[in-house]
Design a protein around this ligand. Structure first.
Ligand SMILES: Cc1cc2nc3c(=O)[nH]c(=O)nc-3n(C[C@H](O)[C@H](O)[C@H](O)COP(=O)(O)OP(=O)(O)OC[C@H]3O[C@@H](n4cnc5c(N)ncnc54)[C@H](O)[C@@H]3O)c2cc1C
Length: 393
């Protein structure tokens, strides 16, 4: 069976690439080993898919080559994807920081993509395991052997994503294919992932599990201001997921709880105004109660504000606003949203996504060494890279 284009991976980038290539008249087959298309889309954004971001910019992506993502992101923008979903009357909202979520379920995004696939007669073969890929040196065709058939194609697109959530079908397949064809693959690691604390710290902070607080979290010259969440294993929440992409083992993270309040000045102001309150009352007006009783001992908490010396106030402030902690590890691919690293962009065209070494072989989406921040950036990368490759197929 001869196809013009075979795409391996029916996730975000693979489906977008299939739709755009078929629109341009190509005969497209999509192969996936999972039993459903777009499983990560379905589970994304807490079930509401954060499908793009108003503020997409190359600075929101990590890669060894910071320039690689620019071309695709400027040619297929967030506004292009927004106009696609608006054509289908998808109801959506901006949650925070430009992040666009479905009002309904993530499935609505998958339904839009599937409707488009149907409109352009794209064949999608699910539950299909690829066992071998060869390139014929004379015809330059690719042969793709699966558990039930052998297919031939002029062009082959690898859209198999990263390693996060193996239970959802994630695999290292794309990296293996890249290596087989002699392409460079950069070391990978889990990103946008919760931290695990040491056993000692876990015991120390376990009573805080479930507490969420607005914080500034910094590490390695990067910082993020959003909520953090204490968990039974360690720390999570958007600010923690963001900083995890910049964290290396043995790094400390520095946390300022409630960076919107200058705590020293706040307490001094209460003193000046002659407050008769206890420190506990003042602190509980700023931080969650459980956090207050964890960070400050009972005796100090029962002190009257008026009795506190300047040094005490500074020390109390430092407990909350200069808190340093060294995570022991991350939760790894089991819960990570994305994979850092992957197929090196050095050998891929940023315009067409074709390998410079192997004509007709394309890599798109998360399998490449391009990783977005939290906030809809990873889907925008999937849409943009899928779209850009399709223009060249
Ligand atoms: C829990 C979670 C929530 C997320 N939420 C968001 C969010 O709200 N916003 C955002 O921007 N990003 C989010 N992401 C990240 C986003 O899902 C990915 O970056 C994006 O899906 C990558 O698209 P892709 O097409 O490269 O890969 P994927 O969407 O992962 O698709 C890869 C496809 O390839 C298939 N495949 C893998 N191996 C093989 C193989 N050997 N043979 C055949 N098929 C194979 C898989 O089954 C899958 O269908 C989230 C990720 C997770 C895990």
């Amino acid at each position: 069976m001869k196809q013009q284009v075979i795409i391996i991976g029916a996730g975000a980038s693979g489906l977008m690439c299939a739709i755009e290539a078929a629109k341009r008249g190509k005969n497209v087959l999509v192969i996936d080993h999972a039993n459903k298309v777009g499983k990560k889309i379905l589970m994304s954004g807490g079930g509401r898919c954060n499908f793009t971001n108003y503020y997409v910019a190359p600075e929101k992506f990590l890669s060894q080559n910071a320039h690689f993502c620019k071309s695709a992101l400027t040619r297929y923008t967030q506004w292009d994807f927004i106009s696609l979903v608006e054509r289908y009357q998808l109801q959506y909202h901006e949650k925070t920081l430009g992040q666009l979520f479905c009002n309904g379920k993530s499935k609505e995004i998958v339904d839009i993509l599937l409707d488009e696939c149907k409109a352009y007669n794209i064949t999608i073969k699910l539950n299909t395991k690829v066992t071998k890929i060869n390139k014929n040196a004379q015809t330059e065709n690719f042969s793709v052997t699966t558990n039930d058939c052998q297919y031939l194609a002029d062009k082959l697109v690898i859209a198999t994503g990263g390693l996060s959530i193996p239970t959802m079908g994630a695999s290292g397949f794309g990296y293996d294919i890249a290596r087989e064809f002699g392409l460079k693959v950069l070391p990978t690691r889990a990103a946008l992932v919760p931290f695990v604390l040491s056993e000692k710290d876990k015991r120390l902070y376990s009573e805080l599990a479930g507490v969420s607080v607005f914080a500034n979290v910094s590490c390695n010259q990067m910082s993020f201001e959003e909520n953090i969440l204490f968990t039974h294993r360690g720390l999570s929440g958007p600010a923690i997921l963001q900083i995890s992409s910049f964290w290396q083992p043995k790094d400390h993270i520095t946390v300022t709880l409630r960076p919107d309040i200058a705590l020293v000045e706040y307490i001094l102001k209460q003193q000046k105004e002659g407050s008769k309150q206890q420190l506990k009352t003042i602190l509980e007006s700023v931080f969650p109660k459980r956090l207050v009783s964890h960070f400050v001992d009972e005796k100090l908490l029962s002190s009257k504000i008026a009795a506190l010396k300047a040094i005490d106030i500074q020390n109390i402030s430092d407990l909350f606003q200069k808190w340093q902690i060294m995570p022991c590890s991350t939760e790894g691919y089991r819960t990570a949203e994305v994979t850092l690293g992957g197929v090196s962009t050095d050998e891929i065209s940023s315009k067409t996504f074709e390998s410079n070494k192997v004509k007709g072989l394309y890599f798109i989406g998360e399998v490449l060494d391009v990783t977005g921040w939290l906030g809809g950036y990873n889907f925008q990368w999937a849409w943009a890279s899928g779209w850009a490759a399709a223009q060249a197929l």
